[in-house]
Design a protein around this ligand. Sequence first.
Ligand code: URP
Ligand code: ZN
Length: 489
Amino acid sequence: MRFLSGLDPLTPFVQRDGDTSAAAQRNMEIQMGLLIKNGEIITASDRFVADVWCENETITRIDKDLVAPAGAEVIDATGKYVFPGFIDPHTHIYLPFMGTYAVDDYETGTIAALCGGTTTVMDFCIPGRDETPKSAWATWNSKSEGKACCDYTYHMAVTHFDQAAAAELRELIAKGVSSFKIFLAYAGALGLEDDELYQTLKLAADAGVRVVAHCENACIVCNLQAELLAAGKTGPEFHEASRPAWVEADGTRHFCAMLKATGAQGYIAHLSCAEALRETVEARMNGTHVAVETLIQHLLLDSSYAERPNFEAAKYIMSPPLREKSNQKVLWNALESGLAHTIATDHAPFTTTQKRMGIDDFTKIPNGIPSLEDRVRMFYTHGVATGRIDLNHFVGLLSTHAAKLFGLYPRKGTIQVGSDADLVVYDPTYEGTISANTQHSAVDYNVFEGWPVKGRCDMVSVRGNVQVRDGEFVGKKGIGQFLRRERVY
Ligand code: URP
Ligand code: ZN
C-alpha cells in the first residue's frame, strides 16, 4: 500500500487529458472530488484505517486526516469497511438463449450489480454459431454503450472456428479483449467441435488470452436427456440426472488436456462439484495453468431446491446444476485453501413465465439462476460473518483475483494510488432480508427470498462517481465504460 504525505493541500478535480468520450463528459458534470473519511480500508493484503481521496476518476491520496477542498463530497465511513469495487467475472446481462432473452438490460443489470457492490461486470459476447465474432461484438456494444451504469468488459465466446473467425478474433483482441469463452456443453448450438477447440486454444496461447470454459460433456448430456424424456421423466427434478457430476468432471478433464496440449491458460467457469475440482488439481499437478471459479449459488443451494413441487423447481435450474449438499463443503474448502480462485454469479435472469417454456420438458427450461445483486452480501454473511473467510481473502475472492486473472489489475481490484476510484463503503452492522420486492434486477423472483443478510453497501462509487447511497441507486445512468484489457500471460 502506497501512502503519500497528508500535509499537502488536496487539489481540485481535473479531467483526464484527452478523454472526450460521452461517458467522460457525463462523469465531468458530476465529479468534484470525493473524500472517504475514517473507514477501515480492506484490500486483499492490507487492513488499516485511513482516508481515501479520489479525483480525476482515480484514487490519488490515501492518508490520515485529509481535508477536502471546497466543493468536494465527503463521506464519513467511521466504523465501516472500505472495499475496492467488487468484480463479477461471470454475468449474462444481454443474453439470447434457449429461444428467449434474459430479462435484464445493461441499465437494470448494472444497477442491480451496483446496489450489491459490484462495480465491474464481465459479461459474455456470444455469437450464434452462424454469426461472425465482429457482428456479435457490434450487437453487444449496441446494448451496453450509453446504458451501463458500472464498468464492463466481455469475454468473447468462440462458437465457431475457421480462418475467417480467427482473423476477426485477432481484431477483437486488438480492441481490448483478453479472454475467450468456450462451451463444451450445448452441442449443436454454442458448443465447439474438438478440432475447433484445439485451434481456438492455439490462438489464445499465442495471443496471451485466457480461456473461460463451460465444462460438461455435451454428447453424454444430450443422450441422458433423450433417455430421461423417453422414460417420461420430464420434470425439472430430472435436470441434475441429465448432467451429473461425473459428466462435468469429464468435461473438465477434457478441457484441461486441451490446455496442456496447446499451452493456453484456462479458467473453469461455474465449477460445482468435488469430482470436477479433483480434475483441476490433477491438471495443475501436471503443469497445466487453470484457475477455478465457483458460484454463490453452488455454495449455498443444493439439488433439493431443484426438486421443489409445483414447478417451483424451475427457478433453480441452471447448468451445471445445483448439486448434492456434500459438495458445498468441498467448494468452501477449495476457496479457503486456494484451490478455487473466484466467486461469480453467472447471472442469467429468466422470469417465472419464461421458465414455463419447459413445463412439459425440463430440457426447455431456460437455464439460469439470477443473483448479481446478492453475491457480495451473501458471501459476506456466510463466509466472513461466520468466521470462515477473513476480510482480505474475501476481497481477493470477490475482486482482486478476477482483476489479476483477466488483465484489469491494478486499475481495478484494489485500493491504491492510481487505481480507479471504485469503492464500496460497507456497513457490517446492518441486518436485512433478501426479497424480490426490493431487488433491482428486472427478474420477478429471488432464489434467496427471505434469507437474512449481514451488511449493506452504503456507498458505491465508480471512478469517483457516487452511484449508490444507503443501498439505493442515486447515480448517473450510462456512465459505465468498456474496459480495454491487454494480454494476460
Ligand atoms: O445455466 C446457465 N449457466 N445459464 C447461463 C448460460 C451458461 O451456460 O453460462
Ligand atoms: Zn454463464
